[in-house]
Ligand binder design. Sequence first.
Ligand SMILES: [Zn+2]
Ligand SMILES: [Zn+2]
Length: 389
Amino acid sequence: MLEQIRNYANEIFQEAVAIRRKLHEMPELAFEEHKTAAFIKERLDMWGIPYQDGVAGTGIVATLENGAGRCVAMRADMDALPVQEESGCDFASQIEGHMHACGHDAHMAIVLGTAYVLSKTKETWQGTVKFLFEPGEEEDGGARPMIAEGVLKQPEVDICLGIHVMNEIDVGSVRLTEGAAMAADDEFDLIIKGKGGHGGWPQDTVDPIVAACQVVNTLQTIVSRNADSQDAAVVSIGSIHGGTTCNVIPDSVHLQGTARSLKEETRQMLQKRIEDVVKGVTEALGAAYELDYRLLYPPTVNAPEVNRLVEKALQPFDEIQVTWTKESSMGSDDFAFFAQEVPSAYIKLGSGTPQNRQPLHSSKFTIDEQVILNGILTLAAATQQYLQP
Ligand SMILES: [Zn+2]
Ligand SMILES: [Zn+2]
């Protein structure tokens, strides 16, 4: 049975590479993936794989059905980034200022390739497979609206697989994370309001710059004093703006920050403590504040049984090494919403080499395309394993 998967994966590999390169040339930003969607549909039509389009805007759900049985879903994100490409590759972006710098072009090629392989090997599995092409991962996220439109229902999805290429991992390696694979990502805007005036008469003012400095420093005690030292959390202020010149105390200061965590309870603690600190410090200094705290993506937590399924499915493949880690990335991915609904694994696919460790989102980002074959084998073997007749 594995031989068939291997043969069809090898057969489609070069075409999947061509698909990735074509998509790389035509990057589209979040929720604008119209040409991308048309290109994916063209392939699905060519291979006779049915789909529903217009899901959460530009998203597509392709489905393979083969009798009664369980249901596996797998996700490929579709969007590119507002980055000017500097990779120097022959199939570089042809769109000024847009680039597939997060590898989503490879994810689409891998999931399309997997759909091809599973469509050709139906005698080796029984049940349903859904291929979720998700728009807008880099911005507001397509996962939540896709779930709201029912992609995990009819039939009910039992497990969900997510993939992401990673250049810090060597190509040939597939990394599984115990627990949270990606962090929760929340952000906030804070305006500290004082009373402006002359820099020589601070007694007649409420200085929002002094208050902002105290707030920034005290926020750093949340991770060092309130979070469990065994549990990762980050609070970063990325932007601070106030004032115009040396001898004027301004009326207000605007700060922006991000809070990241790996557990839901830590996430809630960060949110509560950030507001406590802002409220307490500004009040003590006579200032007021406005805090806009936005909960974005939850932590992406892998289910142990899905991790083990992937590991077991990959055992026969000598060319792929499964490695385990307990370390989460402090990046985030809205695949988290699928993982909240059904047992899931977010699989990190090695795409790097000692000569290429360009990080995700870099204008020089490139991958070793062997990862496309490894990704197809991973998704097809895990699906076949789970849907054994
Ligand atoms: Zn990204
Ligand atoms: Zn990404």
